[in-house]
Design a protein around this ligand. Structure first.
Ligand code: HEM
Length: 88
């Protein structure tokens, strides 16, 4: 959007509150499940290959961040004209 090459591949770090309710994950919705998203994060951001047990523990923690958001939280966003919503 900025046309500045330095901004390529830079994404806002999202809030993880209610993250269990907001699949698919990442800016392009390319990852369908939370365990997969956690593994991607560990690999890409931390250089770590998480075990299944650690992944489960982290996902359990993330699920504990689920509250009672207002209905608009999980409503489809209004996107700019021409934007494509990934299939579920
Ligand atoms: C094991 C530790 C981490 C966990 C469990 C984790 C978890 C997640 C999850 C579940 C998402 C997807 C959120 C969504 O799509 O709504 C996410 C996105 C993201 N995280 Fe992490 N994260 C971790 C470490 C990090 C670190 C260390 C950084 C950066 C220093 C980071 C930066 C980001 C960014 C920039 C995104 C958005 C990427 C995009 O939309 O394409 N994360 N993280």
């Amino acid at each position: 959007m900025t046309k500045n090459p330095d901004d390529l591949y830079v994404f806002r770090v999202p809030s993880l509150r209610n993250v269990a309710m907001t699949a698919p994950y990442f800016h392009d919705g390319s990852v369908p499940t939370l365990p997969e998203a956690v593994k991607v994060m560990a690999r890409v951001q931390l250089g770590v290959a998480l075990s299944e047990a650690d992944t489960r523990d982290i996902v359990s923690f993330l699920k504990s961040l689920t509250g009672e958001p207002r209905a608009s939280f999980t409503a489809l966003p209004v996107l700019p004209e021409g934007a494509v919503i990934p299939a579920k």
